[in-house]
Design a binder for this molecule. Structure first.
Ligand code: ADP
Ligand code: MG
Length: 334
């Protein structure tokens, strides 16, 4: 069988059950944004790892080394944020082709350090090796949260409001501009910056941590078409999503119009927004959103609700069911 027949998630589904009986009751392993490991009577630790490969996740010539260093850590801290946890440290493993200079690596580490300093997250170790051709970077990030308080994908409840913390599709549009070599304007640099320097929503994750009405949470790395589906599988529920409620930036709308792109396709199927996707008890939503807006200067964006049923998304446009071709990013997909 070829890997593309089952995709990245099919592979994970095959390996997970083979290791399940090695898990003790108190450990949460494969299936969420982070594993959850009991640390002491007050705290759990959360651990995640994400890899970025040249030519697959980034084009070396189109991202500065500083942005790349920043982004590699950012995507890992985003998974820490999605559990409502505080980052504690990271490990960096890097395979370096001989075409890369010491100056390049210094700048890469400048970007990595900038984000590490922002969240007081030390680099705790790693591994350095030679690569025959491509630059490959793997990071492990560790965080902590109050015992039993990690926000899981699997805790959604029927009737919850599904919400996101910010605009969707900007990063995917930025990637298209890079890939197609489309000429720079102010709108373009905003979108490309969203792609190259996403900000992990650590503070937002902290805000949701400990709030009982916030049930399920994850970060948006592959596009909501894919990520919400994973949340639904975890929570064993379905969802209705109103496409007109997806938050789209003015830059995305203008650039989509200029290039004949459908901004909804980019918002649903494009990855790497690194916003948080969460589900909230409907009767607390207005109060929570008010508190969120006064803390962060902008509201949460409710996009739909959880319903009983199969883990499927009922996309609606003008109250009518709407079929979405885009399903989100999946390595090895056909
Ligand atoms: P995320 O997008 O949040 O980083 P992924 O979609 O990459 O999560 O992975 C989904 C889940 O599968 C996570 O719990 C992750 O740890 C796990 N996973 C992915 N690849 C592997 C692997 N090769 N071995 C074990 N677990 C894996
Ligand atoms: Mg994630």
């Amino acid at each position: 069988m070829e890997l593309r027949e089952i995709g990245e998630f099919g592979f994970i589904d095959r390996l997970k059950p083979r290791f399940d009986n090695l898990l003790s009751n108190s450990l949460i392993g494969i299936g969420d944004d982070c594993a959850v490991i009991p640390a002491n009577e007050h705290e759990d630790w959360v651990v995640t790892t994400d890899m970025l490969i040249e030519g697959v996740h980034f084009i070396r010539e189109s991202i500065t080394p500083e942005e790349l260093g920043y982004k590699c850590l950012a995507v890992n801290l985003s998974d820490i944020a999605s559990m409502g946890a505080m980052p504690m440290g990271s490990f960096l493993s890097i395979a370096i082709p001989t075409s890369i200079s010491v100056e390049y690596l210094d700048e890469f580490m400048d970007g990595y350090l900038k984000l590490s300093e922002f969240y007081h997250t030390p680099l705790l170790g790693g591994d350095t090796t030679r690569s025959l051709q491509h630059l490959a970077i793997n990071i492990v990030a560790i965080g902590k949260c109050a015992k039993g308080e990690a926000k899981m994908r699997s805790h959604g409840m029927v009737g919850d409001i599904v919400a996101v913390t910010g605009n969707l599709g900007d990063s995917a549009a930025g990637l298209q501009l890079i890939l197609k070599g489309i000429k720079e304007t102010v709108d373009h640099s905003t979108l490309i910056e969203k792609h190259h320097a996403p900000h992990p929503r650590i503070l937002e994750g902290q805000f949701f941590s400990g709030k009982a009405s916030v049930h399920a949470m994850m970060d948006i790395s592959d596009g909501i078409g894919s990520d919400l589906y994973h949340l639904l599988r975890g929570s064993r529920l379905g969802a209705i999503v109103n496409l007109e409620c997806l938050p789209l930036s003015e830059e995305l709308k203008r650039v989509s119009e200029q290039n004949g792109w459908d901004p909804l396709d980019l918002a649903v199927g494009g990855g790497e927004d690194y916003e948080l996707l969460l589900t909230i008890a409907a009767d607390d939503f207005v109060k929570l959103n008010h508190q969120f807006a006064s803390t962060f200067g902008h509201p949460l964006y409710p996009i739909g609700s959880l319903i009983k049923g199969e883990p499927l998304i009922d996309w609606r446009l003008s109250n009518k069911t709407h079929s979405m071709a885009q399903k989100g990013f999946n390595h090895f997909s056909l």
